[in-house]
Write a protein that binds this ligand. Structure first.
Ligand code: 5AD
Ligand code: SF4
Length: 358
C-alpha cells in the first residue's frame, strides 16, 4: 500500500512540474512515507529523519515532509518529535502535496494536513508507474474491522471501496502500457463493497493482463466462492495470504478477529482442496497481552499442522489508540523474542522440507 502511495505521490508531483532529484543532497524536497503498524518502523523513521539535520543546516531551503500512517497518527506532534519536518500529510491528503510544498516554500511555515482520513481519494490517474511488469492497484482503503491491536482503522479511516468501473479503467490503461501483472490492494480485499469475486471475474477478462494477485484477505470474509473463483479464473494467482495472528481462541477473541482457530483450519483445508498447487502464507503476532505459554503452544500447534508456505512473525507492540493498549503489555520482551524464535525455527524447518519435496 505504501509503495503504491509513494508511486502515486511521485506521479502527482511529476504532473505538477517537479522533477526527480538524482540524489538526496541535490533534492529541494525530501518526503518520508511512513508505516505505523508496528513500533519498530516508527522508531526507525524518526531516527532516519533526524539524520538529515546536517543537510538541512547546510541547505536551509530544503523542505522535509512526512506522509503516510505515522503522519496521520502523530499530526503536529511529529514536528515536536522531529522539528526539521516542514509538512505532515495524512494518507487521505496526499493529492494536496504539490500545493502544500508550494505553500511551505513561500511562507516558511510548517503545514499539517490530516483532515481527510475518511474521504475517498479523488480519482486521479498520475501517469507515473514504477517500471516493470507488475502494477499495484488499490481497490479499497481503510478498514472497519478494528482488530484490537491495530492502528490502521485510525490512520487510514473507515473502509472506502473504489467504483468497479474506475478500477477496470485503470487496469485496462495499465494493460495498454505493457503491464502484465496486477496486485490488487486493500486492507481487507474480501469486503470490497461491490463484490470482490465479481471484480475478479471482470478483471480476468482484461486483455493483456496475464496474472492478478490480491492482498490482504481476512479469514472471517473469505469463502468457498473465493476459492472456487481462484481455481476457475485462469489469471488469478493461486497464492493466498491469510493472516491468522494467533492459534489460541482466547487470544483471537481478545484481538477481536471474529473467528476461531477451527474456522481458520477449516478454511485452510477447503483452500488446499479447491485450489491445488496453491501456496498459503500468514502473519502471526506473538506476545499479545495475556498470552500464556498455553496460548502460545496453541499457535505453535496451528503452525505445525497448517504447514504454511511462509509466515511473517511479529512481536506485539502497543499502538495507541488501538484498543489493546488498555491491556497491560505483560509479556516481557525476552519472552516475546523467545516465542518469535520458536515459531521462526519451526517455519524455517517446514519451508526447507517443502522445498526438498518439490
Ligand atoms: N504489534 C505487532 N504486530 C502487529 N501487526 C499489526 N499490528 C501490530 C501490533 N500492534 C501485524 C499483524 C498484521 C501485520 C501487517 O502487522 O500481524 O497482519
Ligand atoms: Fe488492522 Fe484488522 Fe483491519 Fe487488518 S483487518 S487492517 S489487522 S484492523
Amino acid at each position: 500500500m505504501n509503495v503504491r502511495d509513494s508511486e502515486f505521490v511521485t506521479g502527482v508531483l511529476l504532473g505538477s512540474g517537479f522533477q526527480k532529484a538524482s540524489s538526496e543532497d541535490k533534492a529541494d524536497v525530501i518526503i518520508f512515507n511512513s508505516c505505523s503498524v508496528r513500533k519498530h518502523a516508527e522508531d526507525r523513521l524518526f531516527s532516519n529523519i533526524s539524520e538529515l539535520k546536517n543537510l538541512k543546516k547546510k541547505k536551509p531551503g530544503l523542505i522535509i515532509g512526512l506522509m503516510g500512517c505515522t503522519a496521520q497518527a502523530y499530526k503536529e506532534k511529529a514536528i515536536g518529535r522531529a522539528p526539521i519536518i516542514d509538512f505532515v500529510c495524512g494518507p487521505g491528503n496526499v493529492h494536496e502535496i504539490p500545493a502544500i510544498i508550494k505553500k511551505v516554500a513561500k511562507s516558511h511555515r510548517a503545514i499539517v494536513a490530516t483532515d481527510k482520513v475518511d474521504s475517498p481519494r479523488p480519482e486521479l490517474f498520475p501517469k507515473f508507474r514504477i517500471e516493470g511488469l507488475l502494477a499495484y492497484v488499490s481497490i479499497s482503503e481503510g478498514c472497519n474491522n478494528y482488530c484490537s491491536y491495530c492502528i490502521v482503522p485510525y490512520v487510514r479511516g473507515r473502509e472506502r471501496s473504489r467504483d468497479t468501473t474506475d478500477i477496470i479503467k485503470e487496469v485496462k490503461d495499465l494493460a495498454s502500457r505493457g503491464f502484465k501483472e496486477i496486485m490488487l490492494l486493500g486492507q481487507n480485499v474480501n469486503s470490497y463493497k461491490y463484490g470482490f469475486i465479481q471484480l475478479l471475474e471482470k478483471l480476468n477478462n482484461v486483455e493483456g493482463i496475464e496474472k492478478i494477485r490480491f492482498m490482504t484477505s481476512h479469514p472471517k470474509d473469505v469463502s468457498r466462492e473465493l476459492f472456487e473463483a481462484m481455481h476457475d479464473l485462469e489469471k488469478i494467482d493461486k497464492r493466498l495470504h491469510l493472516p491468522v495472528q494467533s492459534g489460541s481462541d482466547r487470544i483471537l477473541k481478545l484481538m477481536n478477529r471474529g473467528y476461531t482457530k477451527d474456522h481458520y483450519r477449516k478454511l485452510v483445508s477447503m483452500y488446499k482442496k479447491l485450489v491445488p498447487g496453491g501456496e498459503i502464507t500468514t502473519d502471526i503476532i506473538v506476545g499479545f497481552p495475556r498470552e500464556t505459554e498455553r496460548d502460545f503452544k496453541d499457535t505453535v500447534r496451528l503452525v505445525e499442522k497448517t504447514q504454511f508456505d511462509g509466515a511473517y512473525i511479529f512481536k506485539y507492540s502497543p499502538r495507541p489508540p488501538a484498543r489493546s493498549c488498555k491491556l497491560k503489555d505483560d509479556v516481557p520482551p525476552e519472552e516475546k523474542q523467545r516465542r518469535l524464535a520458536v515459531i521462526l525455527d519451526i517455519q524455517r524447518e517446514m519451508s526447507r522440507k517443502k522445498r526438498r519435496c518439490v
